[in-house]
Ligand binder design. Structure first.
Ligand code: F6P
Length: 498
């Protein structure tokens, strides 16, 4: 155990039931109601003492100063010498960066207006190509918020497996399809292969000016021009906006087009509201800090290796995969920001699913398994459908029942197989509705929570060198053949290609 966590480690392990028995106001003490969404951390083992220990660690780690540097547009990504300006995309940051980001948003809006007025002909389908942060954000937004939008049919293709693209080709009419190619670097192999095949598809269908159907979303406009996309249809964004933090920038283009600008603007405003909460609220009341405190309590004190997120709302079904990239690509590191080995666990593995489906599949392990898994439930007060209210009522009741069952458990003397140990933690985030404003606030909450985790862990959350080696090896298999590889890899290549 590193000294860093000694104060946390020294705290007694009081059960959740006892924590409630000892504090009649626990729900208020460990919860917060913000516009559009509320947070209940009371069914976790957080205590005043644990928060004090983590607040003291925040002081030592310089969280206050790190937060100021983040919003001031200073370098917070030392290995790449960059700022992280995703908050400036929603209007919160240093004046110059906010100004540039507004101009880029105006440019995106002008292109959307032109498309809506028919500048690119009649558009019925949007095919969005990108991967990782260039796909997961738009996918989440369109799926969560675009179900009733009815403006365009949107498909998001990320996998280089041709089946993904072929499926879209079989459904979309090339003559009415707009293609957005999203890539911060505009060098990502999967994205460029998919973009080329899409160009072929348009050409084979004799679409007039096939390249004219492409819009590029990138921080590397020169590469997009080289690829053949006209500058007027390139929507740039700043290099300092990380891929997994980029849905607020022009990467959000397919969502802004499909949902309408008003909705995209409300998303940005919801996120800005969370930015202000994070920036201006004391740690004890700051939901981003409280969320990170829960994470650190369980990873460092209880040595939990995973955390599970369950969306009790179909509209948020893609949230767990979105969070996997945000949290694991940001904080899945084994060196500190200054290059020393991390001698304690980094971020937990994020996994999850949707309720109530997951109850009938993986919840067995949560209730009775040997692993302690902190769970996060998300739900909305307002239903996503206008079917009989029994649907939504049953959904919410199940969500709340799971949290209660995990916490209280149930003894069953003489029948251990039917006993529930209980004392298993959960957080609940309840949205007023799954609307642009609350989804914006929710995603920004997760971003800042990830940042607080990183600062307290001493990690740089804004680089991702761990993904590079596999890419390098794939390139060398293509260019140098198989001779330099281990026997297992060689045998697989021979078996697949010979
Ligand atoms: O390989 C990881 C990664 O670099 C992610 O960080 C990023 O979101 C994704 O690839 C896509 O990169 P790009 O937007 O440059 O195509």
């Amino acid at each position: 155990m590193s000294d860093r966590w000694a104060a946390l480690e020294a705290l007694p392990d009081t059960s959740l039931v006892d924590l409630f028995a000892n504090d009649a106001e626990r729900v208020g003490h460990f919860g917060a109601v913000l516009p559009g969404l509320q947070f209940d951390f009371s069914k976790t083992h957080l205590t005043g003492e644990a928060l004090a220990a983590l607040a003291a660690l925040a002081d030592t780690a310089g969280l206050d100063a790190a937060r100021k540097r983040l919003f001031a547009g200073e370098i917070v990504n030392p290995t790449e010498g960059r700022a992280a300006t995703h908050s400036a995309e929603r209007g919160e940051g240093d004046a110059e960066t906010v100004h540039v980001s507004r101009m880029l948003h105006d440019r995106m809006r002008a292109l959307i207006d032109a498309i809506e007025m028919g500048a690119l002909g009649e558009i019925r389908h949007i095919l969005h190509i990108g991967i990782g942060g260039s796909a997961l954000g738009p996918d989440l937004l369109v799926d969560a918020l675009g179900r009733d939008a009815g403006r365009y049919e949107v498909a998001i293709v990320s996998n280089v497996d041709g089946s993904a693209l072929a499926d879209v080709f079989s459904r979309f009419d090339p003559h009415y399809t707009l293609v957005s190619v999203a890539s911060k670097s505009f060098t990502t192999t999967e994205t460029l292969i998919n973009a080329h095949s899409t160009l072929d598809w348009l050409e084979q269908a004799a679409v007039e000016d096939p390249l004219g159907r492409f819009v590029a979303l990138t921080a590397n406009p020169e590469k997009a021009v080289e690829w053949g996309i006209d500058e007027t249809r390139i929507l740039p964004f700043a290099e300092s906006v990380g891929g997994r933090y980029s849905l607020w920038s022009s990467i959000g283009f397919p969502a802004a087009l499909a949902l309408g600008w008003e909705a995209f603007d409300a998303l940005l405003e919801g996120a800005a509201q969370m930015d202000r909460h994070f920036r201006l609220t004391d740690w004890r009341e700051n939901v981003c800090f409280l969320g990170a405190a829960v994470d650190l309590y369980y990873t460092q004190k209880r040595r939990c290796e995973t955390r599970a997120v369950f969306a009790y709302d179909e509209r948020l079904r893609l949230l767990p995969s979105y969070l996997q990239q945000l949290e694991m690509e940001s904080n899945g590191k084994s060196v500190t920001a200054d290059g020393n080995p991390l001698n304690y666990p980094s971020a937990a593995i994020t996994w999850g699913g949707i309720g109530t489906d997951a109850q009938h599949a993986v919840f067995q392990l949560l209730h009775q398994g040997t692993h302690l898994v902190p769970v996060e439930f998300l739900a909305s007060k307002t239903p996503g459908s206008d079917l009989d209210p029994v649907h939504h009522r049953t959904l919410l009741i199940n969500c709340f029942a799971q949290g209660a069952a995990l916490m209280t458990g149930k003894a069953n003397p003489g029948d251990p197989a039917r006993a529930y140990p209980g004392d298993r933690p959960s957080t609940t985030i309840l949205l007023d509705d799954v609307d642009p404003r609350s989804v914006g606030a929710l995603i920004a909450f997760y971003e800042h929570r990830t940042f607080v985790n990183a600062v307290l862990l001493g990690i740089n959350p804004f680089d991702q060198f761990g993904v590079e080696l596999g890419k390098e090896i794939a390139r060398s298999i293509e260019s140098e053949g198989t001779d330099s590889f281990d026997p297992s890899t060689q045998a697989l290549i021979v078996a697949a290609f010979d």
